[in-house]
Design a protein around this ligand. Sequence first.
Ligand SMILES: *[C@@H]1O[C@H](CO)[C@@H](O)[C@H](O)[C@H]1NC(C)=O
Ligand SMILES: *[C@@H]1O[C@H](CO)[C@@H](O)[C@H](O)[C@H]1NC(C)=O
Length: 632
Amino acid sequence: MFSHFKFIPFLQAILISSSLSQILCFNFRYPSFTSADANDFIRLNSSVINNVVQVSPVSRHSSGRILYKQPLKLWDKLKGTKSSFITTFVLNIRPLSTPGAEGLAFVLTDSAALPTNSGGPWLGIVNVSTININHIAAVEFDTRKSDSMDVDDNHVGVDVKNIYSIDQEPLASHGVNLSSGEDITARIQYDARSDDLLVYVKLTRLSEHDLGDPVIISHLDLSKNLPQDVFIGFSSSTGEYAQVNTVKSWDFISFETQIKGSANLLWLWILIPTVAVILVGGVGFLLYLRRKSRSKRNNDDEMDIEKEIQRSSSAPQKFRLKELKAATGNFNVNNKLGSGGFGTVYKGILRKQEVAVKRILKNTRHGKQDFIAEVTTISNLHHKNLVKLFGWCYESNELLLVYEFLPNGSLDRYIFRNQIRTDTDTTLDWETRHNIICGVAKALDYLHNGCEKRVIHRDVKASNIMLDSEFNARLGDFGLARTVQFKDKTLFNQGDCWNAGLYGSGKFPYRKPGHQNEQNEYNISIVEWVWEHHRTERITDVVDDRLNHDFDEDQARCTVMLGLGCCHPNPYERPSMRSALQVLTGEVCAPDVPTEKPAFMWPAMAPSLIGEDINNSITGGQLTTTTELSGR
Ligand SMILES: *[C@@H]1O[C@H](CO)[C@@H](O)[C@H](O)[C@H]1NC(C)=O
Ligand SMILES: *[C@@H]1O[C@H](CO)[C@@H](O)[C@H](O)[C@H]1NC(C)=O
């Protein structure tokens, strides 16, 4: 599972654009830890055993730390820069008794030394006499309620120079039991401009496509609490009871952000992960600069957002908040059409026309970036399979988008059973479904090849596919979309393949609804599930049984095979969206897909690039497979 998902942050991180630049500081990636990798780390009571890092000894009353040898430049006073970073890791905690103890933490620290007596509740972070003295920040995964300050014995927390968390969140309601011995994927994302620290936690076996919403959004200026150079790594401890605290894989990417000299309102992130050096050149990220004065922030933001939106060639209309409040009955719950991700959508009547108004969740930095991306991206796009944006509004800290209203709602309502909103019993027939798939493919082909700038949607899923009165697909929600300009023309196709596979057809609605007993199986991976049907030559069995076998068998086979082709673990093997469209229209045959799902390879390579390095990659793939099996 991990094998799929780990592609995503990487690509999310690199698929972006504009005109200025931000530099990648350093990044590294350990899909597992070999004994040779052990030399990359400062190990303090920790070890690399059986391809995993055992952060502290299993025995009682111990603590340990493992730190990457090269320190991270967290900020640079002279250059006026700060570093943003994204780190993703898989941790596995196995108590050897009930209850267990104590937990594990991701740390940024000035000191490579392990404080003595930092076992027990201290998690190897500080000891009783170094509280507020050691310069250390941590995200703790705490498996024991050590004192009244801990919410429970299964929580994640953000700690600064202390083990009392400035923010903490119990994990039970997020479906995670840290002590269960299951693999858990965590991501920590720090934006140096907004000082937002986001923590994501999800069971690894359920994290194939995404890590969901952050469990903690903490506001923390790391540069105020930590020195310019910090070590990054993990610490953990045991107390009265023995426990195995391990980290199985670890990715880290950081970028330098100019903070001083606010002449430029726009910042661009060009990331060049070492792996991407082989594959792709640079790309960028559009973000906003955080203004210094808090009181002026809203006004400045309003102006910034307006300026940014006006820049785009066909700026959409700006609406007044008053007008949108009136249109939606002051955002009356009865007008609610749906909610998710970063906002709620309301139905409204605006200037005698039915509209859908998306109200973006307040106070998330992410929300504003999404907002600008969405307005500027979509307003330059015109295609019959894209949702139309009428306008926008940003007032009193409210971010709102106004779209055309689509009477038939989103596709997820029709294809997944056990929906919360079962306001429809309509079963879409095969022809309609095929037409929807074609519509989405046309929209994506337009985004990838047909418009001025290449646009990567990055969030194609059933809930973002709206249906008009004739059930034609309209792709919406461009909150995560980014435009991309590859300098090197030869790289165009590769980018296209990635997009088609990962964000496009990879998530097409082939999910077989119903089938309770199979639910868990394909929660783990719909791709594996469909591939298994392909292997056993029962591929059309994956078609929704509500169609009662009333569908064009050849067309269905062809479509599902195409879907598998678009999920090929090696992105270079995936068809471009252009060829996907040709398959759907029957112009060319579906791609040949191996009956056994190929092993995941990292780094992904174009067939011509596969050379001597392949041994390492294949080892990586097999290890991943092992992890998958044990994860079930
Ligand atoms: C805390 O750690 C420091 C540094 O290792 C050490 O000098 C000090 O004695 C420790 N304090 C206690 C109470 O163990
Ligand atoms: C978490 O998992 C452990 C180990 O399987 C178990 O003892 C404990 O009861 C679980 N906690 C919850 C809240 O399910």
